[in-house]
Design a protein around this ligand. Sequence first.
Ligand code: UDP
Ligand code: MG
Length: 314
Amino acid sequence: MKKIKYSVVVAAYNEEESLPLFFSKVIPLMETLGETFEIIVVNDGSGDKTEEILAARCAEDKRVKGINFSRNFGQQAALLAGLEECCGEAVIVMDADLQDPPEVAIEMIEKYKEGYDIVHGRRKKRPGESVFKKVTARAYYRFIHRISNPKVPENVGDFKLYSRRAVNAILSLPERNRLIRAQAAWVGFRQTFVEFDRPARAVGETKYTLKKMVKLASDGIISNSYYPLYLSLKAGIFLGVISAAAFVTFIILALCRVYLPLAAWLFPTVTVLFAIHLTIKGLTDIYTARIYDEVKGRPAYVIKDKLNCEKDHD
Ligand code: UDP
Ligand code: MG
C-alpha cells in the first residue's frame, strides 16, 4: 500500500450544506501539493444528509474516507476517531464549515517541513462570530492559559497540524473526556503558530449549543488543571491568616485596656473554624487531585527520539 503523506481529519455534525463546499475547496488545494493525501470525515451522528453526502463522495473518490458514529458523541470524540484512523505522515485537523481557512493548512505544512511537530492555528480576529462567542472564548482561553500546566496557548482551537509522532503521543493518552487542543500542549515536541482571521461559517449555523460549549470548556479545565481543587486550601489559609490577625489585634487591644464587646470575638472565632474546615478539606483535595492524576493514566513522559539506545521498548 502506498504511504500517505498528509491526512486531513474533520468532524462533521449536520453539515449537509458545508460538506460539498468543503470537498470542493480542500481536495483541489491538497492536490496542488503533489503528494498522497487522505481526507477522513467523521460523521458525528448527524440527523441530516451528511451520511449520504459522505457515502457518495467516498464511492467516487477513494482518498475520502468516512466514519459514521451510531449517535452524536461530540466533536472531540469524532476527532479522536479520525486521529485513530488516519495514517498520514502529518495530520491536519480542521472544521467542516471552512471557518478554518484551508489555505492556512498550506502554511502549516510549510512549518512542518521546517521541522515542527505541532503547528497551531491561532485566531487573530473573529469577524464572523457573535459578540457573546468572542467575549466568552477570549475569557476562557485567557483563564485556561493561566491555570493550565503546561500552558494551553491562547486563542487556539483544534485547527492544527500534527506530525505522526505527535499524533501517536496524543493517542497514547487514554482519557475519555478530552480537549485535544489542550493535550497538544501537553505532549510537547517542537511547536509553533500560524495566525489567521477566523471568518464566518461558509453556510449553516453553529452546531455547538451552549450545553456543548460548557461541557467542552469544563473538560478543558478539569483535565488540564488542578486549580479548582486547590481553591479550598487557598481559601482556608487566607481565612486562617485573617482570623490570626484579628485575634492578635484583639489581644493587643485588650492589653492596652481597650475592651471590645464580647460579640466582636465572634468574628475571628467563626473565621478560624471555617479556616480549619477549609484547610482540612483542601488537604483531602490534594489527594483527590493525585488520584485523578493516576486515574487519567497519562504516560509519565513522551520520548522525542533516542540516540545510541539499543533497548527497543515498542
Ligand atoms: N461538530 C461535531 N459534533 C458536534 C458539534 C460540532 O462533530 O456535536 C463539528 C462541526 O460539524 C464542525 C466542528 O465540530 O465541523 C465545529 O463546530 P461548529 O462550527 O458548529 O462550532 P463553532 O465554530 O461555532 O464553535
Ligand atoms: Mg464553526
